[in-house]
Each structure stands twice: as C-alpha cells, then as structure tokens.
Design a protein around this ligand. Sequence first.
Ligand code: GLN
Length: 488
Amino acid sequence: MSNTKTIREIHDAFDAGITNPLALTQAFYSKIDQSKHNAFITLCKDRALKQAEQLTQDLKSKHGGKVPRGTHPLYGIPLGIKDVLTMDGVRTTAASKMLDNYISPYTATAVQKLENAGAISLGKLNMDEFAMGSSNENSAYGNVLHPTHPDRVPGGSSGGSGTAVAADLCVAALGTDTGGSIRLPASFCGIVGMKPTYGRISRYGQIAFASSLDQIGPMTKSVEDAALLTQVMSGVDMYDSTTADQPVEDWVKVVRDTAANPSPQGMRIGVPKEYFIDGIDSEVRQAIEDTIEKLKAQGAEIVPVSLPHTEYAVATYYVVAVSEASSNLSRYDGVRFGVRPKAAMEAGSPAEFYKKVRANFGAEVKRRIILGTFALSSGYYDAYYRKAGQVRRLMRNDFEAAFKNVDVIVSPVAPTTAFKIGEKAKNPLQMYLTDIFTIPASMAGLPAMSVPVAKDHQGLSIGMHLIAPRFKEGVLLKAATIVERISS
Ligand code: GLN
C-alpha cells in the first residue's frame, strides 16, 4: 500500500481485495519499527495482530476476501491511541514514570466503540506527561520528533498522535484536548484535528488532567475521517455523567454532501479582531487571511466579531487547569495509584513515603500541582478558582453573542508554525502562550477544528482554526470541508 491513505481509501482497497487488515497491520508495524520519531510508547502487537488476523479470516471465509457492502467503514482500520486512554490489558502510562508499570484492567469507552466497529489499535502514542504541554517535550519517554523537520517539535500534548498520522505510522489517531492539545499538533504536523463539544464523547477511561476541559477527539488525514471517528465515539455513556444526550448526526454524510458541492455561499464566517494580534508570524497571518479571502470570493459573508475577554483566556485557563490537575493527580500516592519504588517502601514515615512516590512526577507536572494546590487552598479559592469560573462564563457569553451573527468563527490555530526543539522549553510562560487561540473554545466547551491550509517558506504546515456553537459539529464539519477543498 502506498502512503497516507484515508480511512475511506483503505476501506475501498479492502473492498477491491488489494490489501487486507492483517497485511496492512503488519506493514504499519514494520514502518513503526523503522521510524525514528519516538511516536509510540507501547505497541500492542500481539493483541492487534490477533484481531487483524481474525478480521482477515472472517473476510476470507465469509466474503471471498472482500469487504462486503455494509461492513463498517472502520472494519480493519489500524489506529494509534494516545497513551492517556486506557486499554484492557495494555500498559497505559500517560507518559509519566508514575504509571510506568500500570496495566489497565478496562478499556476507555471511546476506544471500545472504535474497536467494536472493527478498528485495530496498534499501540499507545507518546505525549506530554499527563497531557501537560504544547511541544511533547514533557514526556518521561523522550520527546517526539516532528514528522518532516526532525529538529522541531510536533506540538503537544498529542504530539505522538500528530506525528504518527502525518508520518503514516497509522491511518488515524486519537488525541485529547484540554486547551488545544489536538488542534495544535494537528496544525504543526499538517493534519486534521477535531475537538468535539464538551460532553459529546465519554471521558471514561481517559486519565484525567482538568476534568471540566478534557475532551477526546480524532486526528486524521481528512475532514471526512474526523467526522467518521467522532460519529462513532459520540453519545451518552452511563460511565460518564457529563456526556450529553444530544442527537449524533450522520456527519460523514454532511462532509460528503458538502464535498459534492463545496460552496460557502450563504455561510457567515466570523473573524474575531482579538485573534489577529501583534506577534503572529507574518506567514501564518497571511495564510489565514488568504483563506478568508478565498472563502469570501466564493460567496461566504465575512463578519468581523469581537470576543472581548480573549485577553484573560490564558491566565484563566492556567488557574482552572492547574487547580483541577492538582485534585485529579492526588490519586497518585503509591497506595491507590502510582509506582511504589523500593525507596518508598523503606521510608520511615507516611510523609516520607509520599515524597518518594510523588518524586516520580516530571517538572511541569510538579509545577502545576504546586500552583493548583495553592489556588485551591483555603482563603485563595475565591480569589482564584471561583474568579476564574466567573471569567470563564464571560468568555462563553462572548461566543454566544458572536454566534448570534455568524455560523462559524475562524482564526489561526497558533501564532507560529512548529518551533525548534528546546526553543521554548526553558520558558513556561512563552510555552503557555502557544495556546492563546485554542484555549477560549476549550473554556467555553465549544467544538473546534484545525484544518491545514498552507505551508510556510520552510515547508512547515499552517492550520486554520474553526470554532462552532455547542453541539453544532455538523456546521463545523461543513465549514471544515469547504476550507479543506479550497486549500488543496
Ligand atoms: N498546552 C496546554 C497545557 O499545557 C493544553 C494541553 C492540553 O490541551 N492537554 O495545559
């Protein structure tokens, strides 16, 4: 099989008998074995090959080696899973030494739904520790290399997912997005990334970072693939009470219908003035403005909008995210969860025991636990976490007001293209600003996507960010399909 095929193309290739799930799975493993990207932490070869063999046997015995009409489009499709999602019997580390030896006894709902449809999980993808980061330099298992520029970062925290899809080490991948971790690496790696509405996809089996923000989503080679994976994963789950009872539409049909007639005629596209600030790389700005011009030329109505509380987004996010992280990560005490090193077992007191256990967190995770513990402590809760919640409401109101006049909002995904390894690692504040355009949609729980639109003079990808109202994935995917078509 040649490189970088979408789910649909592979399904068609199965259908035509050109390849089969087992041959394809083996081919991906040999590519992964040769790759220097460090995109995977753990491979589950036995599990995946067994499943692939079974699917291939079924095809051969029942259907003469061909995919029968009506077979699910995910049947036999090899995927990569970010290592923050659990899989039964598979090591799940969240890229932390703290979970180095953790074998999960259950599978995350999102992964289970994909596997039920016939998808094959190849392994667990590298990431920033506990999904904290923007560059994938915070992994306890080493940084991930950018798919085409090995001196650069793939973006984070789902950097393994971004590189694996772009370098064709899997057909598509799952990432998670708390403040931009799907959209940023998608933009840096030149693929499609989608963060659905908060509550669309169950978080059961997703190792928690900041529970009021965390969302699972697809990272894919096409908008249609993103629609398909989102469609399969969405829906109410009795194991996650925050899942929303909202109709799951046929988003693949939305994408296909739009692709048949990709006109933005009548679409109102909002351009927030606060997102076109000084400090955006000039090539990034140009690429986004050019795409907006193309949309306008083809009939879209371009509407200037204002999101006045954008300037507080990063500061507010870092109060909410670190506070929730400090609470979520308290379970890693060496008793309930987490490694229990020999040194801890020899500790003379419980305090000493906890210290030895919790020393296994990396620097960024420790920084956030300390900050979050402070922000939630008695006397400060009102000044920080409660206040952040209030500002968050204002940010949501901003979007609600803007969406009275527009269908979608567009912006750059990030102020720059993929930066060099080490360039921002020593300056957490500068690193945090990478997410300036993705955080507001996370704070408001909105569905948002990154779609590649151009490359800079060094060949580095530039993504356009699209944001839609809550539970309007259909509108988002329609706009994304149009952007994908006019950019290709
Ligand atoms: N870069 C942001 C952070 O470090 C977002 C991470 C994420 O979305 N998981 O918190």
